[in-house]
Design a protein around this ligand. Sequence first.
Ligand SMILES: *Cc1c(COP(=O)(O)O)cnc(C)c1O
Length: 472
Amino acid sequence: MAKSEAAALRKLPSVDEVLRTAVAADAASRFGRSALVTAVRETLAAARANGAAPGGSDHVAAAALTRLEIAQRPNLRPVFNLTGTVLHTNLGRALWAEAAIEAAQVAMRNAVALEFDLGAGHRGDRDDLIRDLLCDLTGAEDATVVNNNAAAVLLVLNTLAKGREAIVSRGELIEIGGAFRMPEIMSRAGAKLVEVGTTNRTHKKDYVGALGPRTGLILKVHTSNYRIEGFTKEVSARDLAAIAHERKVPLVNDLGSGTLIDLARYGLAHEPTVREAVAAGADLVTFSGDKLLGGPQAGFIVGRKDLIARIKNNPMKRALRIDKIRLAALEATLRLYRDPDRVAERLPTLRLLARPKKDIEAAARRLLPVIAAKIGDGFDVAVAPCASQIGSGALPMETVPSAGLAIRPRAAKRSGRIVAALSMAFRRLPVPVVGRIDDQALIFDLRCLDDEEAFVANLAALAIAENADAMA
Ligand SMILES: *Cc1c(COP(=O)(O)O)cnc(C)c1O
């Protein structure tokens, strides 16, 4: 050890000296004395290990406070979603409407009549809270709700096709992501998968030929995240319903996202609504709560009363049920659909999807100079057209014209690594900014940026190396 280093270490304050500072008193009141003592010890140990002079006791106290603040930061933190995907599964999908947030808070703070019939004074059913709303909005006879749509599909298969056959087109045997693969879910539900048709073409006669005494149901799956184009054929839900009903077999339609209103209202392509699926003759329809519907994570099953009754009697229903907080939020979210003219103002998902491109472009022009000044001469920043995606499997091939900023390193050399480092610097901000990298540029699609002021304030902490090249 060099002499000067040894001298610096001797000058390290003691734990007690640090604890006597004003900063430490403040830290103790915020985080508790024992956590502070640990943080001071760790700070001193780190200084010793680095051989660096940490300065006096005030300096050590401040470093310990920073340590505590970082440790205190929640793991689940808000981020700016500038990926261009509005319903991003990895970023938590739909943002709740204010009415849903308020309803959830009331449910969290209070005892609520969750499964209690206030009129009769005895036990009730939690599905009663949203059944009428769901039936009104979808035209279905009855409805129930579980943890998510994956659970809804699992529960339907297990109830109607356990030990029996479930007929699905080969073109619809999808993987949604993670481990949710239709064949896997089938086998876990105890149903025997009977594949019909080919990847690109399935005909009525394929279904008819597969029907037999062991058939439990026919399943139609919305091919959420891909589309087969070219020489294709699928059997419409209406035709499939006719085939199923002739043999007294239920038709289940897994819509995936599902929507309660026609998105064409907002200039988007038509996504089949739940009402249409019910009207087309599906005996049960399943869909998500936190995709286009814009509410909390949930899975709905709507349709025939006798089938819903069987589903509710399945012991698995109890294992897959949702809690009071989400039920409160769902009820409030569904109520917003009773006023279709204002639902797009009130529901963040629809508001963001309907946001006009010219507004987003204007935001991009305002933010361009701010970001350019912040990241320095090493980069070109330009307003760029973007194509936002809805995400979570809704209208997979459909994009919504949007705008954003494209940031490119000026130097051609190692530009891929420089862009990756820049992207990381944005993700390290107090409120991480998540964009996407495309063709060696960092792209921020601004469709989902609501609070520009907060975004700009957050940039104060951006740490970019003087020389952009040094970042790589
Ligand atoms: C998204 C999706 C699911 C799964 O829904 P979660 O709510 O994410 O569980 C199931 N089926 C289809 C067709 C989907 O698009």
